[in-house]
Ligand binder design. Structure first.
Ligand code: HEC
Ligand code: HEC
Length: 214
């Protein structure tokens, strides 16, 4: 009996928090999703004959995605994801938990479903994906320079043990990464398309995977 009362109250509280979070997002909405910005195609870098300069320029273009809030909000240095284009701390307070899926009682999938939840009438939806969870702290990007992120994603000690081929595949094909281009109501998508981004990363690797100095 006690257990039933407790769990239904707990459920009510969690849903209350979700509703408050959604309303908070709604009230600060700056406008509808803005137009997609484009990415330069790989061919725009053909004129750079020095392969290191070409590689760096390709990575800087891809960096417009990597440093976009749709990516960095989920790659934070601290214990808490970020929200919005200003990277404000996630409301309500949620933490990594042991597996990056949130602490017990505040699991990411308590609120983030299998797909985006964009009900009629709200300006901000709730993002969703079956694997919605926070990137491990060694993969933190928020607050780092593009050069630092570049060194880090090439380093198997800090990129989840990925080879360059696996890294390219992850960027070009992973559907959680792909969420960045279909982020639901009220959020600006990452520039270009995932395919264009994957092509830039492939060309960066082909030209020697050089990193910007800063
Ligand atoms: C919902 C949270 C979330 C979002 C949004 C997200 N990521 Fe991640 N990312 C993760 C998690 C979790 C991992 C680690 C799990 C894995 O390796 O599959 C990860 C790992 C990565 C890695 C592996 C290497 C490394 O050093 O970070 C890359 C590359 C990456 N993400 C790229 C992106 C890009 C590009 C975007 C935006 C277009 C993005 N991610 C958006 C959660 C996210
Ligand atoms: C209590 C409900 C709740 C829980 C639990 C929760 N979230 Fe959220 N989250 C939301 C809501 C609602 C939004 C949308 C708010 C907005 O955009 O204004 C959101 C937005 C986000 C965003 C922002 C996307 C963007 O680019 O603006 C990220 C990243 C995120 N959540 C990650 C996580 C992660 C990772 C976890 C688990 C560790 C988690 N959330 C747990 C409710 C929750």
């Amino acid at each position: 009996m006690m257990a039933v009362v407790f769990s239904s109250r707990n459920l009510f509280r969690v849903w209350g928090v979700c509703a408050v979070a959604a309303l908070a997002g709604w009230s600060v909405a700056a406008g509808e999703t803005r137009n997609r910005q484009s990415l330069k195609p790989v061919s725009a870098f053909d004129h750079l004959k020095d392969s290191s300069a070409r590689s760096i320029a390709l990575f800087e273009e891809a960096g417009r995605v990597i440093q976009h809030p749709r990516c960095t909000n989920c790659h934070p240095p601290g214990n808490r994801p970020a929200q919005g284009d200003d990277h404000r701390p996630h409301q309500p307070l949620v933490t990594r938990g042991e597996d990056g899926m949130g602490a017990i009682g505040m699991r990411c999938n308590t609120c983030h479903g299998q797909a985006n939840f964009d009900p009629a009438g709200v300006r901000f939806g709730v993002p969703g994906h079956p694997q919605w969870h926070i990137a491990p702290v060694e993969m933190a990007w928020l607050g780092k320079t593009l050069g630092e992120i570049c060194q880090q994603i090439k380093d198997p000690q800090r990129n989840g043990g990925k080879s360059m081929q696996e890294l390219i595949h992850h960027m070009a094909e992973d559907t959680l990464v792909g969420w960045g281009w279909a982020p639901g109501k009220g959020r600006e998508p990452a520039p270009g398309t995932q395919k264009e981004f994957g092509a830039l990363i492939q060309a960066w690797a082909d030209a020697g995977a050089a990193c910007p100095n800063s």
